[in-house]
Design a binder for this molecule. Structure first.
Ligand code: FMN
Length: 178
């Protein structure tokens, strides 16, 4: 498991190669297996592989979404705010489960933040996506995960990246070196 964690880096450039159906099913299986507060599972997932729709997603905010234009697949993760007051947390966990399964399948992925982001001065990214995808009002979009075969391998994370000083034991900041 840690090998997957070390190897997972955000991928923003993808090969022009579609993802096999059985892999897409595994990505969705991972999402549906993710834990949620009180087991309420307030999330829903919209699979996007239509290039025209991906182009629309790529402009859902001014910065940080353009990678979706050339991704073969995007998964929109939305939470039902009427079902759970912690839909953000539940959708975040599902987003990461998808990213880790992507890495396990030899795919790259990148999180695109939607919650609290803006399409322009007046329209939120969430509202823009609702319009484009006919999403019901009760759902709020948390994130979009862009997924595809990596155009290039990025350097894996190493032990030097581990911020062990973020860790305390029993009392905050009692020193503990692993
Ligand atoms: C909550 C969250 C929001 C993010 N939003 C974006 C985003 O909108 N666009 C983007 O290109 N990357 C986004 N990322 C990816 C981060 O930039 C990336 O994870 C971080 O720089 C660390 O790099 P790594 O994933 O390669 O380890 C986001 C990641 C997280 C966890």
């Amino acid at each position: 498991m840690l090998e997957i964690f070390y190897n997972r880096r955000s991928t923003r450039k993808f090969l022009n190669q579609s993802i096999e159906e059985d892999k897409i099913k595994k990505l969705l299986t991972a999402a549906l297996l993710s834990p949620s507060s009180k087991g309420l599972r307030p999330w829903e997932f919209i699979i996007v592989d239509d290039p025209l729709k991906l182009e629309k997603l790529a402009i859902c905010k001014p910065h940080g979404a353009s990678l979706l234009k050339h991704a073969p697949l995007a998964i929109i993760i939305a939470g039902d705010k009427s079902k759970s007051d912690v839909w953000v947390e539940d959708c975040s966990v599902a987003s990461v489960f998808i990213q880790l399964e992507a890495e396990a399948l030899g795919l790259g992925s990148c999180w695109v933040q939607i919650n609290r982001r803006y399409y322009n001065d007046d329209i939120t990214s969430n509202e823009y996506i609702h319009d484009q995808f006919n999403i019901p009002e009760r759902l709020e979009v948390l994130s979009i995960i862009g997924i595809g075969y990596k155009a290039a391998e990025r350097q894996r994370l190493s032990d030097c990246d581990l911020l062990w000083d973020k860790i305390s034991i029993n009392n905050y900041k009692d020193p503990k070196i692993f």
